[in-house]
Design a protein around this ligand. Sequence first.
Ligand SMILES: NC(=O)c1ccc[n+]([C@@H]2O[C@H](COP(=O)([O-])OP(=O)(O)OC[C@H]3O[C@@H](n4cnc5c(N)ncnc54)[C@H](O)[C@@H]3O)[C@@H](O)[C@H]2O)c1
Length: 243
Amino acid sequence: MLKDKVAVVTGGADGIGRKIALELAGVGAKIAIMDINLDKARQTSEEIIKAGGTAIAVKVDITQREEVEAGFREVLSALGQIDILVNNAGFFRLSNEFKNLQEDEWLSMFNINVHGTFRCCRAVLPHMEERQSGKIINIASIAGVAGIAKMAIYSASKGAVISFSKALAMEAGKHNITVNCISPGQLKSYEEDTERGTYLKRSGDLGAETAHMVRFLASSDGDYITGANYIIDGGRVLGARKA
Ligand SMILES: NC(=O)c1ccc[n+]([C@@H]2O[C@H](COP(=O)([O-])OP(=O)(O)OC[C@H]3O[C@@H](n4cnc5c(N)ncnc54)[C@H](O)[C@@H]3O)[C@@H](O)[C@H]2O)c1
C-alpha cells in the first residue's frame, strides 16, 4: 500500500507515534523516527527492521529549529525522499487551572505542540513542493475541538494546530500536498476512568485507531482529502452524556 513511500513520524519512539510508525511500516513505508529520545527511537526502528521493514532513528528536539532542519536533511540523505510527514510529537501532561499556570509553562507547551509542528512543516515543504507531492498529517486532540477544563493551554495549542492545518491545506493544495489533522480522544493508558465520557463505553486503544486513520490518509485512498480534522474519540465530543 505504501511501498516505496517514506514517512517521517515525529515522536515516533513511543506512545501513539510508535503505533503510527509500526502501522505505516506494516504497509510497506520506510520510516524515519524523529524523536528527542534516541534510545527509544532506535528500539522502535529496530522492531521495524526485525519485522522486515526499513527504518532509521533520528534524534531531533522539535523545539530547536536547527536540529529539525538537520534532521530532515539526514532523512533525505538516508532515504532519498519524504512523502509523508506525521507531526505527532506533543506534550499534554500539564493539568492545572489556567490561573495557576506560569507563563514559562504555556510558552514551552506552545513551543512543542504548535511551533514544533510549524518547524517540521517548514522543513519539509520545499522538498514536497519540488516533488509536487506530499501528505502532512498533524495529530491534534479533541481538546482542540471542544476544550478541556484544566487543560486550557493544551486545548489552545491543539486548536492552533487544527486551524493551522486548514490554512496550510489551502496554501499547499496547488502543489498536490494534502494537510489533515487527527484529533484523538482519551486513551486507555492515561485516564483512570476509561469509560467516562465516550458513548462506546470504552477508551481508545493506545493509538491503534489513530494509526489506522494515519494509514488511510497517507495512502492513495486519502488523495482527495485535505483540510479535514478526523475526530477519533468514541463520540466523546458529541454532547451531554444522557444516553
Ligand atoms: N495520549 C492521549 O490520550 C492523547 C489524546 C489526544 C491527543 N494526543 C496527542 O498525541 C500525540 C502523542 O501523544 P502520546 O500520548 O503518544 O505521547 P507520549 O508522551 O507517549 O509520546 C510522545 C513522544 O514524543 C517524543 N517527544 C516529546 N517531546 C519531543 C520533542 N521536543 N521533540 C521530539 N520528540 C519529542 C517523546 O520522546 C515520545 O516518544 C501528542 O501530540 C498528544 O498531544 C494524545
